[in-house]
Write a protein that binds this ligand. Structure first.
Ligand SMILES: [Zn+2]
Length: 104
């Protein structure tokens, strides 16, 4: 069992990821629509909204996922230490990288 599963934070992770991916999709739609289509909302606004949503979702994840013992922000900590694959590290590690807490 991974740390996020064991600490009940997997749903938080999925939610934040879904928001980020949704933002990226909106951004892509907005950018690809360009000036051509007669849209209900301005494509540039849609793209900007997508960017804000994408960055916001990821930032929220960085702050929301915490070790219940030492309160370390798991994703933030992994990113700050410059691991190239920090998301995978944060997801699949069975214990906290800082205090070594391993939930049962
Ligand atoms: Zn910890």
């Amino acid at each position: 069992m991974t740390f996020l599963e064991a600490t009940g934070q997997l749903k938080t992770f999925y939610l934040g990821t879904a928001v980020s991916v949704g933002g990226a999709i909106l951004m892509t739609i907005g950018l690809r629509a360009g000036e051509s289509a007669a849209w209900v909302i301005d494509p540039i606004s849609l793209a900007l909204f997508g960017i804000v949503l994408g960055i916001g979702g990821f930032t929220w994840l960085c702050f929301a996922l915490k070790c219940p013992k030492c309160r370390t922000r798991i994703l933030w900590n992994a990113a700050a230490h410059g691991s190239t694959n920090f998301i995978a590290d944060a997801l699949f590690s069975p214990k906290c990288a800082v205090c070594g807490y391993q939930p049962k």
